[in-house]
Design a protein around this ligand. Structure first.
Ligand SMILES: *Cc1c(COP(=O)(O)O)cnc(C)c1O
Length: 412
């Protein structure tokens, strides 16, 4: 028998950057009885979640919700606007960017990868993928495409494999400066609802997102936010699409329904998450993640370890990548911390596997859960024999104590 009902005292610390810890309030909302997805009550839920997601993406245009993980929404974004053999410019900022590019190639697109080649990637011991998208490289490449063969530019907003964000507004400016008609497609699977994101203002054509990161839901639903240009492109795009096709979904969503059975209980959870985010205020949600991230970085700096993101301007508010000293296997440290302290940290992915681990600071958390997380890391690093310069726990305590969060709004 598969034993999933393992209950030690206390709770497991799920500090990976997605799935994030799900608030009890959302779990309870999801435990309500499943209703008829063609019945009258459902339309209220359907309209609430599609409209609510427009506020989260900061868009006036349709948001499509798929019963799929983020990978499904990646595929949906590509197949709706592109045709076989189309040339797509993708920026390899990290592992998720390279996976999206691999998918594009598998779908029959011609993919071209741009990547940062700067000096700090050549430092001895420093792994690559330490900077955000360099918009000038995109502008230069588009300027050298006078025939407009490039149909789309794809970038990742928050690279979950590294803890590096990218300036999406700058990418839009680069495309416009090159006077290029390529569509701008953005993966904000782990950025949305944790880091500021503005679909309309930044001129994004398709934004892809998922449920299990900033939205604090279990995995299982994902999103495409559209632009009028993307909708127009979808009418003539020729990659095969049926289940993922926007047209029927957008049409039925107007009445609050879906062309197929939606993930009703996850939509209950989404409705609850939208209420929670609206109560707190989206800008306060972003500030909360920035503050957590600063506290975690204070700890990493005090340990004397390097942060994967080499550019302070683009530190991720969602997660922090911690580089291990040469000769230390980051996965061995993670395994030890998991065994000893029931704390899950994110593994290094792709090129940086074994070189770094990731601390997630998103989802159902607060100062003290992060302090516990950092204590687990510090104990584990010491047990693994990693030489630390000082106490990260002390540094994070000092940071959180001296940077007060807004007072909690308690009832009564
Ligand atoms: C999690 C994640 C994905 C993959 O989403 P799944 O839900 O695992 O399919 C893609 N891109 C980014 C940036 C992610 O964080």
């Amino acid at each position: 028998m598969l034993k999933l009902d393992f209950h030690p005292t206390g709770r497991h610390f799920l500090q990976i950057p997605g799935p994030s810890p799900v608030p009890d309030r959302i779990l309870r909302a999801m435990s309500l009885p499943t209703i008829d997805h063609r019945g009258p009550e459902f339309a209220t839920l359907g309209k609430k979640v599609t409209q609510g997601m427009q506020a989260i993406f900061k868009t006036r245009h349709p948001v499509v919700i798929y019963p799929a993980s983020g990978t499904g929404a990646w595929e949906a974004a590509l197949v709706n606007v592109l045709s076989p053999g189309d040339h797509v410019l993708m920026y390899e900022s990290g592992h998720f960017a390279s996976l999206w590019a691999r998918m594009a190639t598998r779908l029959g697109l011609s993919t071209e990868l741009l990547a940062y080649q700067g000096a700090d990637d050549q430092l001895p011991q420093a792994p690559s993928w330490r900077r955000g998208v360099q918009a000038d490289l995109i502008e230069e490449r588009l300027t050298n495409d006078p025939e407009h063969r490039i149909q789309a530019v794809c970038v990742v907003h928050n690279e979950t494999s590294t803890g590096v964000t990218s300036d999406i507004a700058a990418v839009r400016r680069a495309i416009d400066a090159a006077r290029h008609p390529a569509l701008l497609m953005v993966d904000s699977i782990s950025g949305l609802a944790s880091a500021d994101f503005r679909h309309d203002e930044w001129g994004v054509d398709v934004t892809v997102s998922g449920s299990q990161k900033g939205l604090m839901l279990p995995p299982g639903i994902s999103f495409n936010a559209l632009s009028p240009r993307a909708l127009e492109a979808s009418k003539s795009a020729r990659l095969p699409k049926a289940f993922f096709a926007w047209d029927e979904i957008v049409e039925m969503n107007k009445t609050g329904y879906f062309p197929y059975t939606p993930s009703t209980n996850l939509l209950y959870g989404l409705s609850e998450a939208l209420d929670m985010i609206a109560d707190e205020g989206l800008e306060a949600v972003f500030a909360r993640h920035q503050r957590w991230a600063a506290g975690v970085r204070a700890a990493v700096s005090a340990w004397g370890l390097a942060i994967q993101c080499a550019d302070p301007a683009v530190y991720s508010p969602v997660l922090t990548g911690v580089i291990m000293p040469a000769g230390v296997d980051a996965d061995a440290v993670r395994a030890l911390i998991y065994e000893r302290f029931d704390l899950s940290l994110g593994t290094g992915l792709g090129k940086v596997k074994g070189r770094m681990f990731r601390i997630g600071h998103l989802g159902d958390s607060n100062d003290l859960t992060l302090m516990a997380t950092l204590a687990g890391c510090e104990m584990g690093l010491k047990l693994a024999g990693v030489g630390l310069q000082g106490s990260g726990v002390q540094a994070a305590m000092d940071y959180f104590a001296s940077h007060a969060a807004p007072a909690l709004k308690r009832p009564g």
